[in-house]
Design a protein around this ligand. Structure first.
Ligand code: GTP
Length: 598
């Protein structure tokens, strides 16, 4: 019976169209959060999310809504991230819902992730409620955007809800629409327990905390459960819902979205997408689970202090718990010692992981420049995948190198078509098609090397179109390409962690630029440092960092001791992110220099 009054829905949108603000208003209007406790973007509880104003992790909350039909409804709202790097989080949360609010900025209109996320919702058979947000803006044009949604996304937008999350208008209507349009969860209370794990986090007191959606049956404290992926059994120690803080409950039943703990101490035991069932009375079939996500870029990650290697491994394991896209394997570098090769979905993902490791786990890290996977076909006919430039075999052993290509869909107003094509061409793009989506929007499709798009492509695209272009891409296959390995030598010694792979046509230019850049990054030392870029045994560029002469504090500040101490302190902090490579101290920035000379 209770099931009839449950509504599970997600909010999806292109980045910045206002998902989190709409979620805030819904929480406010349903008194889930007292006014005095209300902060902006309350569901973005990670420090990094607040600072950057973006949603990274999905969040699920339960709230109560008294509808106009007189009934009390339980809503489970799942907020999701909008950035392309995190779209796998979106599909995870959608699998736990029956409906989705598709939020579109009424001034910006439909953008690439609007379409991508709408398709994810359609794939998951969700009921979609279109919402036009930011109608308070003078430039808002709801009618135009409605027709865009119909033409471009292909869903009926006639009855779209108009909201201004900023002013709070339209939110009451939206709540009623959720009651009317989102179907109640199906599933059988009498059937054996079947629940989907759609997220999990590690808590040092309670062990792994699982976010679950119950699809059949119920689960309560003391029940014996089984994780269907590996057959491991646990006793449930707590169940509850987030509202938005954790509120323990006696049980979770069919249709509910909540959390569960069961003294699961080993983070390896659970996987998102896994099915939970009852150990005594198990469900016949596990859920299909989540599609495996392949990382797009790989980077070396090394603790500045070698003794922290196992701390780094444990921290990565904990992050991996709720980040199915994070992959890592041990690797060693002559220059940097023991570390890991870590796979990411993109540079924002990489940035966020690095920052979380440093903040939440108190680690100091050196990261090497991100690289894509290359398929190397050897002269023996065998082929292997290389995710680390320094592992590339000798040129004489290589028949050909293949690089990963992506299918990129760029949406842009028609007057920017020229700018987009110029950029894509410069990044070795192969033009595919161009379509008018309506009188104003054009969709341009290029096949582009992944290596060219992971770096600054998105930023360049934004700046050359005044922010109007949006981009969505997915991996195609590998194509033969003229790639070479560039080595960087410091005082004659090749530094493995500085090697990178580059297209032959850009190699000389890139080599020269990187050597110039490193000259500005590597600080003066007690001796001269020669920097060279080489392809095989051929040196293509060279520069020198001169030896320093005096104590840095001496000539600058004379006798002022407090200032002197400040400066020394600053130097010490800077040192933390230095790594001694041979005799040369190399700062973190040097390993990323290749990103800055693209
Ligand atoms: P991500 O979480 O990063 O994917 O973004 P989001 O879609 O959650 O957007 P968010 O709610 O963070 O809003 C983005 C920006 O738009 C913020 O600066 C909001 O204050 C602003 N905004 C949201 N709703 C409205 C609205 O109705 N009117 C106006 N004028 N601004 C709004």
């Amino acid at each position: 019976e209770r099931q009839k009054y449950i509504r599970n829905f997600s909010i999806v949108a292109h980045i910045d169209h206002g998902k989190s603000t709409i979620a805030d208003r819904i929480l406010e209007l349903t008194d889930t959060v007292a006014k005095r406790d209300m902060e902006n973007q309350i569901l973005d509880n990670m420090e990094i999310e607040r600072e950057r104003g973006i949603t990274i992790k999905l969040n699920a909350v339960e709230l109560q809504y008294q509808a106009q039909d007189g009934h009390n409804y339980t809503f489970h709202l799942i907020d999701t991230p909008g950035h392309v790097d995190f779209s796998y989080e979106v599909s995870r949360s959608l699998a736990a819902c029956e409906g989705a609010l598709l939020v579109v900025d009424a001034a910006q209109g439909v953008e690439a992730q609007t379409m991508a996320n709408a398709y994810l919702a359609v794939d998951n058979d969700l009921e979609i409620i279109p919402v036009l947000n930011k109608v308070d803006l003078p430039s808002a044009d709801p009618d135009l955007v409605k027709s865009e949604i119909e033409d471009m996304v292909g869903i009926d937008a006639e009855d779209a809800v108009l909201t201004s999350a900023k002013k709070g208008t339209g939110i009451p209507e939206l709540l009623e629409r959720i009651v009317q349009d989102v179907p109640a969860p199906t599933g059988d209370l009498q059937a054996p327990l079947k629940a989907l794990i759609f997220d999990s986090v590690y808590d040092s007191y309670r062990g792994v905390v699982l976010s679950i959606r119950v699809l059949d049956g119920q689960v309560k404290v003391g029940d014996q459960i089984e994780l269907m992926n590996n057959g491991k059994k646990f006793e449930v120690t707590e169940v509850g819902v987030m509202s938005p803080k954790a509120v323990p409950r006696k049980s979770l039943m069919v249709g509910d979205v909540g959390y569960l703990t069961a003294s699961i101490k080993n983070v390896q035991d659970t996987r998102v997408g896994d099915t939970i069932t009852s150990a005594e009375n198990s469900t016949a079939e596990a859920l299909p689970g989540y599609r495996k996500i392949t990382p797009m870029v790989y980077s070396g990650m090394y603790p500045v202090d070698n003794a922290k290697y196992s701390d780094l491994r444990e921290s990565l394991e904990k992050l991996q718990l709720n980040d199915a896209a994070l992959e890592f394997v041990p690797e060693t570098s002559q220059a940097l010692g023991f570390g890991f090769r870590v796979g990411f979905l993109g540079l924002l993902h990489m940035d966020v992981i690095q920052e979380r490791l440093e903040r939440e786990f108190d680690l100091d890290l050196i990261m090497t420049a991100p690289s894509v996977n290359y398929e190397v076909v050897l002269t023996t006919g065998e082929s292997e995948i290389i995710d680390n430039p320094s592992a590339l075999p000798e040129p004489s052993a290589i028949r050909e190198i293949k690089e990963p290509m992506v299918h990129a869909e760029i949406m842009v107003p028609k007057n920017y078509v020229g700018a987009v094509m110029e950029l894509a061409q410069r990044k070795r793009g192969q033009f595919q098609t161009m379509d008018y989506l309506d009188d104003y929007h054009v969709k341009i499709i290029y096949n582009l090397p992944l290596a060219e798009i992971i770096y600054d492509f998105f930023d360049s695209l934004k700046s050359s179109t005044h922010g109007f272009a949006s981009l969505d891409y997915h991996l195609l296959d590998y194509e033969v390409s003229q790639m070479v390995k560039m080595d960087i030598l410091l005082n004659g010694e090749a530094v493995d962690a500085l090697s990178f792979i580059v297209h032959q046509d850009f190699a000389y230019q890139r080599g020269r630029a990187i050597v110039q850049k490193l000259k500005t990054i590597i600080p003066r030392q007690q001796f001269e440092v020669a920097i060279q870029a080489a392809i095989g045994t051929k040196i293509v560029a060279r520069s020198t960092v001169k030896a320093y002469r005096k104590d840095v504090t001496g000539p600058l500040y004379g006798g002022d001791q407090t200032r002197k101490n400040k400066l020394l302190d600053k130097q010490k902090k800077g040192k933390k992110r230095m790594k001694d490579v041979g005799r040369v101290s190399v700062p973190q920035a040097a390993f990323m220099a290749v990103l800055q000379v693209g």
